[in-house]
Ligand binder design. Sequence first.
Ligand code: C2E
Ligand code: MG
Ligand code: MG
Length: 794
Amino acid sequence: MNLSPLPLAVFVADARGAIMSWNRACEKLAGYTAAEMHGRTLGDLIAFDDAAGKEASIQARVDIESNGSLICADGRRVPVRVTVAPQSLDPEQPGNYSVIVVPRGATAPSRYSLIQDLPVNEIIEGLPCVFYVIDQSGRLLLWNHQLEEALQMASEELPTVEVKFFFEQSERAHIVQKILDAFEYGTSVHEAELIGKHGRRTSFLFQCARTSLGSLPCVFGTGLDITSRKQAEHVLKVRERAIYASVNAIVITCCEGKENRIEYVNPAFERITGYTLSEIKGLDPRFMRIEGCDVEEQKRIREAIDRRESVRVVLRNVRKNGQLFWNDLRIDPVRNADGEVTHFVAVINDVTEARHYERRLHHLAHHDPLTGLANRTLLQERLKQAIQFAARNRMIGALAFLDLDNFKHINDNLGHEVGDIVLRETAARLRANMREEDTVARVGGDEFVLVINDQGTPEQVADLVERIRRSIATPVIADGTEVVPGTSIGVALFPRDGSTVDKVMRAADAAMYHAKSLGKNNCQFYSSELNRLVHKHLLREASLGRAIGNREMVLGYQPKVDLRSGRMVGAEALLRWNHPEHGLMGPDSFIPVAEQTGLIVPLGEWVIDEACGALRSLQALGIKDFVISVNLSLRQLRQRQFVERLGESLHRHNVAPCCLELEVTESLLMDRPEEAREVLGRLKLLGVCLSIDDFGTGYSSLSQLQAFPVDHIKIDRSFLGGVGRNGHAVITRAIIALGHSLKLKVIAEGVETREQLVFLRDHDCDQMQGYYFSPALSQQGLEDMLSRDVRLNG
Ligand code: C2E
Ligand code: MG
Ligand code: MG
């Protein structure tokens, strides 16, 4: 069925039925031109089927359906349906009539054939909108009751008023323009508010189109009430405005599956983060997170987004300029009509300031106001963590209690202000010596506590604590007065001395009391075994480095006597450390440390230099052919250019190389025999004497030693101790005999008794050294003895 629109054949007739206008559709249908039709009547054109036929007036056909035949120009008769409608709705004032002619017939029912059956009046009145027809003067020709209601006017009031007066003054020009547009271009659309007689305002969407009623051009249209839409729009606008103006940053993201991309951010977001919408649109908002920071919070956000749920977290994000900020973040899903989540709205609240304030409060609650150090609360927290950390990582941690030795005295005699200065200075020194990850706390008037993390050995802890002790013991200038605080320190190690906060604290406290009881300005460990170890270590380590410069090192000279003549032929230089606090210390207590630390090299050089100095001064006294021997350690011997330096030393003091003897031990030679042989060879070339010290204590045999260019061997004193006992006597005898067979002079050391002396003489030993004749002497003492020519008697 072809429903293509046919142009509607409509013409206008006056009250007498005379045809006044004739449209093109009429022309097409009936074959007459408009000019041909002018003046003809309805009855001329249509043969009505009803009885009244040609005689019936046009008024009689209003609102009734009449069938008839259209008499066409070519003589055809086309069955038609005729509808007559008055152009004026006022029955009192009849005007012209519109006559609509629609062909009938089963063969071509058209849309218009259906339309012509419609009760137009009823439809217009039943429309869910206002309907109107306006003529070119801007007045209403036709309207429905909906318009009357909107205007709060009775129907008789309407035709007299120009439509523009139904609108706000400011709108009127616009309204007129829109009507003119419709006349000119065929259609127009606009939104406007109709204002009722009593002030009611209703928003309408007007859509009008040009048409004509007969020859009368007009505009008809509908007005759709859009008040509620307008209200909704307004609400949205207000909300949009609110989002825009919000002080909180707002981010709207669009989510699809796993993706979540930024669609909108408000100006506050730009202000807070520094990013503009254009820079970050389409990005995942996680670009602001800090990797590895607030991991728990980040996870919660992720999970909430995956589950399409709301979430609130406080976490750190980073601004465009790299600065951190605390973000009190709330994220809510937005669902569409189907309940599906399409977007998330995130509100970012920059709480950095508040956090700082919170931090400040937290700081106040956890720190000592005078020094800014941690207080007892924080200390316990940190200690707990440190103990757990140490246990987990198999590291040593330490807790040190410090008590200023004379603080009460400072406070009482110099006043509290000076006391405060000392406390603050102490705090600063403690902090300066500790690492960031360690804790320095003040827990009482002059009590400080340190939590030291991950240390390798107790010695390491001891070094650190010792450094701290020394730094506290340097004078503080307070108010023009010099105050020397001094501190007693107690140290507990964890987990060794305890695995709970309580136990470790008690241990450190006990150690501190011990330190105090031992006198001031010292440090004690909780475990006594550790104390021994650590103190030894500290003693040596502490100031060995400075000992040479401080002239704390001295050489003792132990005479060597020729067993045949009884004359002093030489002396062994033996090193002593005249420690400012611990007095004179023998080499056994510091040589091993010097070897470990490499200090033996400068120390050894000093010894050689000093010995050469002594030789020089003996020569000056006229004592010739006197040999001073010095002990060498392995590290010295391995020192590059050792031989050259030795030569320089001899040269500088103008000493003949044969006056200097170097003592090396068996183990030193056997460690790297090739290397030793090479160095000894060069030393021999230089002209110095070489002897093997402590002979018999190693595992080498004399034949092995043959390979080395040595001059003397020294029998270790342990063999003389038991000269009375057979075994030792045999060894001593054998060494002497073997030495002689290798053309080496044999020296016995550690000779303490006459019995030993006799034994050595009996077995033809060459020289002796020992307390029986003399202990080590000062250079002065040695010179005295030599000038007096003291001899071994008997
Ligand atoms: P050493 O070279 O065997 O020195 C002999 C040690 O025996 C010295 O001990 C000396 O005081 C001690 N002594 C001497 N006569 C007697 C005695 O009649 N009875 C007893 N019981 N002991 C006696 P000291 O001075 O304690 O030296 C110990 C070791 O330290 C030395 O053993 C030497 O190996 C080393 N040493 C000393 N001075 C130096 C040095 O300047 N450089 C190096 N590298 N080592 C040195
Ligand atoms: Mg020696
Ligand atoms: Mg020896």
